[in-house]
Write a protein that binds this ligand. Structure first.
Ligand code: BES
Ligand code: ZN
Ligand code: MN
Length: 508
């Protein structure tokens, strides 16, 4: 019997996956009298806020110089615990630095459930930006995946209070409210990604999508195995061939309310939803990376999570999401090397490596998107180990065919601090994908793996502006750092929501 029987037989609880926000947000002009802990921003030089009752030399003496990501906890005999939080030079303060500082504060205040952060010192940022970044940093730093633990790892975050001047309260609050939504979708993506593969099969992800879509005003269609056969999604069927679990293709549609005016275009998002990537018969070795392959559905998870926020955030773009879901398992019925699959639309692919499966499922999703006449197609996937070799865990690889669309992705990445870096779509490498017996093969050889994977995907885009985000590196963190927490990072959810909100039809 396949593993999910363990779940169904009651050995494991089925984790609830919801969009949730447990923390209350308040914005005010004074530190509440009952505050237990207060974060105080400290710059890299100049005067130290007098409330700390310490001078710069004293703090420097214990190693605190006001640099970003530094904090110093000051317990006191009376009144709240104060935590000095470094923000560096106020002239070069960015949303990213403030987000990290807020995260540093929330971690230093780990044992407190009610946090107060005084934003004095962050006035070089617009109040809405400061509010958004502070809430994201605090909330994301306190994320924990503890659904399968009997004892919580650390106290939950119950409330956050931001303190600012009277003229900035309204905008700080507006930004903070958006931050609750954007932090919530990152947490949702992390939950989906962190959930073990037997707990979150393709079928279960479809059920979760149906529930979330209903709760957040999205249309949803789920295609099961029979429908996938009828639709001719040969990539999905081929990858699924070795699995005891059925595949699912999940189509999500967001239509902006008529009150928002004419839609700002139609954007397709296609996500790799490999629920577990064993490598098929090209079996992966049993190393730590293999154990992380439950995260191989991160592309699909970030699209689902991002799309649940589009109504809340007043997005004016029509967005269609395709989540391409199956696991990639070895078995007597699995794809063999040398097999040829027919992708939707008729192109044939020779499979020369069963572990290069992501591009097979994505190509079916890309073709489905082209049939809708969308203005742009963006794929997001944990596609190639080569992207992680190139950029490590800080940046995703970005590739594409349209400079305007690539600029839009880069702007969304900058705004959310989900960083990307562009690689070239080097056409000179396209012959590496030539197959002797089919239209194309699924692997381009040893080198430039991230680029040849993107060239493969571009074969199916029918000339529609296309961008591809390879999140293999940043999908996971091995330690808590800034807004990331150990395990799945949810990288991409905030980026995609921002991209959809600011989207304009790409110019050629
Ligand atoms: N899901 C993996 C890529 C991956 C690797 C994601 C490490 C996260 C961490 C993908 O399906 C894969 O197996 N890629 C192979 C391709 C190779 C067989 C051409 C890779 O990159 O090693
Ligand atoms: Zn994979
Ligand atoms: Mn693989």
């Amino acid at each position: 019997m396949p593993l999910p029987s363990l779940v169904e037989a009651g050995f494991d609880p089925a984790p609830s996956i919801e969009r949730y926000n447990h923390a209350q947000l308040t914005v005010g002009t004074t530190i509440p009298a009952d505050a237990a802990v207060v974060g105080i921003l400290v710059t890299g030089d100049g005067p130290v806020p007098s409330v700390l009752g310490l001078d710069r030399e004293t703090m420097a003496g214990v190693g605190f110089t006001g640099r970003p990501r530094q904090s110093l906890v000051l317990p006191r005999a009376e009144g709240p615990t104060l935590i000095a939080v470094g923000i560096g030079d106020p002239a070069t303060l960015t949303a990213a630095i403030l987000r990290d500082s807020a995260a540093t504060f929330a971690r230093a205040a780990q044992r407190f459930e009610h946090l107060v952060l005084d934003l004095t010192g962050s006035e070089s940022l617009p109040a809405s930006v400061a509010g958004l970044a502070a809430v994201e940093g605090i909330t994301l730093a306190r994320y924990r995946y503890d659904q399968l633990k009997h004892e919580p790892v650390s106290p939950p975050l119950r409330s956050g209070t931001l303190v600012t001047t009277a003229d900035r309260v309204a905008d700080t609050e507006a930004g903070g409210r958006r931050g609750l939504v954007t932090a919530e979708i990152t947490a949702l993506a992390r939950d989906l990604e962190n959930t073990p593969p037997a707990h979150l099969t393709a079928t279960r992800l479809a059920d979760v999508s149906v529930r979330l879509a209903a709760a957040t005003g999205l249309e949803v269609e789920v295609y099961d195995r029979q429908a996938i056969i009828a639709m001719g999604l040969g990539g999905v069927l081929g990858v699924n061939a070795g699995s005891g679990e059925e595949p699912r293709v999940i189509k999500l549609t967001y239509r902006p309310d008529a009150s928002l005016g004419a839609p700002a275009g139609h954007l397709a998002l296609v996500g790799k939803g490999i629920m577990y990537d064993a490598g098929g018969i090209s079996l992966k070795p049993s190393d730590a990376m293999h154990a992380a392959m439950k995260l191989d559905m991160s592309g699909a998870a970030t699209i689902l999570a991002a799309m649940t926020a589009l109504h809340d955030l007043g997005c004016r773009t029509q967005v269609t999401g395709y989540l391409m879901c199956t696991d990639n398992m070895p078995s007597g019925t699995a794809l063999r090397l040398g097999d040829v699959l027919t992708i939707r639309g008729g192109r044939t692919v020779e499979v020369v490596n069963a572990d290069a499966e992501g591009r097979l499922v994505l190509s079916d999703g890309i073709v489905l998107s082209t049939e809708l006449g969308v203005d742009a197609i963006v794929t997001i996937a944990t596609l190639t180990g080569a992207a992680m070799r190139t950029f490590g865990t800080e940046r995703a690889a970005l590739l594409g065919t349209n400079d305007d669309l690539l600029d839009q992705v880069e702007r969304a990445a900058d705004a959310t601090d989900e960083k990307v870096w562009q690689l070239p779509m080097e056409r000179a490498y396209r012959p590496l994908l030539d197959s002797a017996i089919a239209d194309i093969k699924n692997l381009g050889g040893e080198n430039a793996g991230t680029i040849t994977a993107a060239l493969f995907l571009d074969e199916f885009t029918a000339g529609i502006p296309f961008a591809h985000i390879d999140i293999c590196g940043p999908m996971m963190a091995t330690k808590d750092e800034a807004w990331r927490t150990v395990g799945a990072t949810g990288f991409g959810a905030r980026l995609l929501a921002q991209l959809a909100i600011d989207f304009t039809r790409p110019v050629e």
